[in-house]
Unconditional design. Structure first.
Length: 290
């Protein structure tokens, strides 16, 4: 007697590859990724990690017919009225800041989240969904570090969830996020060493421990534009990234009221650079009025 074998395929609505911009490597462990529908069932669905360390989300409320193929995928992908879900990412190892964002499913394209290049300023798709370092992360000494605590100049309160970036003379830009207490750390490879190090011909040799670089620090901070999400105290990630450039106060406003949009910092090899307002342990910032 011949046996009949049936095959059953199921569509996974969301798969995310997470990426560490500091080490330029995929994040393969320690993350808890959940999804919940904005309307209808509030049940949180936890991700399942594949052998390739992709975090996948399925069995989502409201998507049963799409996942099982009762509604053709191409038809579901083209719908204008899709279900909205809040995706939340938390790191149990305290290396990365918690993130929450909202997305419509199914995605309008096949493949991993952001594989169409959406959400990235670059023309090519990002390597994955970037997670940014928390101040609790232990970083190797071969990375440059810029740390600080941001405070709102008008209220004295932490400038929570500000977007921070460092720009180097070689044209590189590195990003980081402030946490709910306004504290941040940006870690990145040291800029190119001065000519003359490592055997390159030069008239003056600069020892490695004396190498230094000038970098610029900018802050995007407009708290009134941060979008809250139900059942989480983490603002919508998209609204964090879309904040406007803030004013930075190199000196106490009571002494000098001339803010700048870019703070000049000296980066020294194997030393942590701390961004602060002169005479303070923190850096004062303010939403730009222009």
């Amino acid at each position: 007697m011949l046996s009949v074998q049936e095959s059953f395929s199921r569509f996974t609505p969301l798969g995310i590859r997470f990426w560490d911009p500091v080490s330029d490597c995929q994040i393969i462990d320690g993350l808890r990724v959940t999804a919940r529908a904005v309307i209808g069932s509030r049940k949180k669905v936890s991700s399942v990690k594949t052998r390739g360390n992709i975090y996948t989300l399925s069995n989502l409320p409201g998507l049963h017919q799409v996942e099982t193929g009762a509604i053709p995928l191409e038809e579901a992908m083209s719908l204008d009225d899709k279900r909205q879900y809040v995706i939340e990412i938390k790191d149990s190892l305290n290396r990365y800041l918690d993130v929450a964002f909202m997305t419509a499913l199914p995605l309008p394209y096949r493949g991993l989240f952001l594989s169409d290049g959406g959400g990235s300023p670059a023309a090519n798709p990002p390597k994955g969904f970037y997670l940014y370092s928390s101040v609790k992360r232990r970083l190797a000494g071969n990375y440059a570090q810029v740390r600080g605590e941001l405070r709102d100049q008008s209220t004295g309160e932490p400038a929570a969830h500000a977007l921070v970036k460092v720009l180097t003379d070689s044209g590189e830009t590195w990003f980081g996020l402030a946490d709910a207490d306004g504290q941040f750390v940006l870690a990145f490879p040291f800029p190119d060493l001065s000519v003359g190090f490592g055997g390159s011909p030069a008239t003056t040799h600069v020892p490695l421990h004396e190498q230094s670089w000038n970098v610029g620090l900018e802050v995007a901070y407009s708290p009134e534009t941060l979008e809250s999400l139900a059942e989480t105290d983490i603002p919508n990630y998209t609204s964090i990234l879309n904040q406007s450039t803030a004013d930075i106060f190199p000196s106490d406003p009571e002494v000098s009221s001339s803010p700048v949009t870019q703070l000049s910092l000296l980066l020294e090899f194997n030393k942590t650079t701390v961004a602060r307002t002169d005479g303070q342990s923190y850096l004062l910032v303010s939403p730009s009025v222009s």
